[in-house]
Design a binder for this molecule. Structure first.
Ligand code: T46
Length: 140
């Protein structure tokens, strides 16, 4: 696991089982997932000129795995920013709560699998950056 400079965010190297059939990755609590999966979704078909995200979550934790292609993540905890390319099927990006996220530069074939700690809840989202910064400051 390598910690990112942004609070609650890390990159986990996943164990790839390889044999003559090909490769397989299994994800479960025993291999490092720090929450029970309450929801899974995947993102694909995002146009290269479109960016996604632009929000934070109050409670939600997620693992993001880029199953195909690539995109750039920009993470921000109100103090530190980390920007990097996510393009590996053997790496899971953990995004904790109270992290502003943006995704840019989607390749046409990009597929992101997201494992989430809670069901979908619109009230968990903070979609205004100034409000996010104010709430983060209020907490510390
Ligand atoms: C995140 C990044 C990586 C649902 O109906 N159920 C769901 O579980 C989700 C995640 C979304 N939606 C609906 C809500 C919107 O009408 O799907 C539409 C697109 O959702 P959103 O604009 O939130 O998508 P992204 O790509 O900006 O962000 C999503 C997650 O919301 C977010 O938590 O970290 O993917």
């Amino acid at each position: 696991m390598s910690e990112l400079s942004v609070s609650g965010c890390s990159l986990f190297e996943l164990d790839v089982k390889g044999d003559e059939l090909g490769s397989l990755v299994a994800i479960e609590r025993a291999t490092g997932l720090p929450f029970d999966i309450q929801r899974a979704y995947y993102i694909f078909g995002t146009r290269a000129d479109q960016s996604r995200g632009f929000h934070a979550h109050r409670d939600l934790q997620q693992w993001v795995i880029c199953l195909a292609g690539s995109c750039t993540f920009r993470l921000d905890d109100g103090s530190n920013v980390s920007e990097f390319l996510l393009d590996r099927r053997d790496t899971a990006l953990q995004i904790g709560s109270w992290v502003w996220r943006e995704m840019h530069n989607f390749s046409p074939d990009c597929v992101l699998l997201v494992l989430a700690s809670a069901p979908y809840s619109p009230t968990d989202y903070i979609r205004d950056y100034d409000e996010f910064c104010a709430e983060v400051r209020h907490q510390s």
